[in-house]
Design a protein around this ligand. Structure first.
Ligand SMILES: [Zn+2]
Length: 230
């Protein structure tokens, strides 16, 4: 059974987790989030209901996915667990232990780069997903083999950028990107990764613009970064 870690159970993490749970592929899901459900989340964070408001997102999402599978014949091939914890340099390595893949569905650049570095160090494939405003993005990263986030950007931007909570995000776009993240993860687990291409969606026009990326030879991902906990 493959162990899949989903970082961020929000607009992207919810549809990604749902699609993986419904895939029929034997999976052990670990949901990570340190936030609680707010009423404003309900339009796009599709695992939550009004009665979940105020509850930790990871726990509420795990409960809902678990309930969906409690009566299913294939329940032995699906497990879901959660951690109400913030991903950081000190917690990331432990949370990745035994993982076959990480889906980064977090909502801020600092966390994204910490996740990138932890996956590079642990050699765990990373599915990077993002949705802000009308644009969605997806990138599959195979550590040391294909471009990582630091090949594209040296690090998080120096100034604060708006999060999706501040800048807004087209709700249907979250479903598109979240489902694509799940599909990309299953491709990696099946040994057929579609890596090295940044996929971009424009929700107003429906246009999809793939961009082929190359590793930056000077990026530390080529020699694998030291483990953040060391
Ligand atoms: Zn890199």
């Amino acid at each position: 059974m493959s162990r899949v870690v989903i970082l961020g159970v929000g607009g992207l993490g919810c549809p990604a987790a749902l699609a993986l749970a419904e895939s029929g592929v034997p999976l052990d899901l670990l949901l990570i989030d340190d936030d609680v459900v707010e009423r404003s989340n309900l339009a796009r964070q599709i695992l939550f209901r009004e009665q979940d408001v105020g509850e930790p997102k990871a726990a509420a999402a795990a409960r809902r996915l678990g309930a969906m599978h409690s009566q299913a014949r294939d329940r032995a091939s699906f497990r879901v667990d959660f951690e109400n914890i913030r991903w950081s340099g000190s917690t990331g390595a432990a949370l990745l232990r035994g993982a076959d893949i990480l889906l980064d569905a977090s909502d801020n650049f600092a966390t994204r780069f910490v996740a990138n570095d932890a996956c590079i160090a642990a050699r765990v494939p990373l599915i990077h997903g993002a949705a802000l405003g009308w644009e969605g993005r997806l990138l599959t990263i195979l550590p040391g083999l294909t471009a990582c986030l630091r090949c594209l950007f040296e690090g998080p931007p120096p100034g604060p950028l708006p999060t999706c909570a501040e800048a807004g995000v087209a709700s249907p776009l979250c479903g598109v990107v979240g489902a694509a993240m799940a599909r990309a993860a299953l491709q990696v687990l099946a040994g057929k990764p579609a890596a090295g291409v940044l996929r971009r969606w424009e929700a107003r026009t429906g246009a999809e613009r793939p961009l082929t990326l190359r590793r930056d030879p000077s990026c530390a991902c080529g020699i694998l970064l030291p483990c953040p906990s060391q």
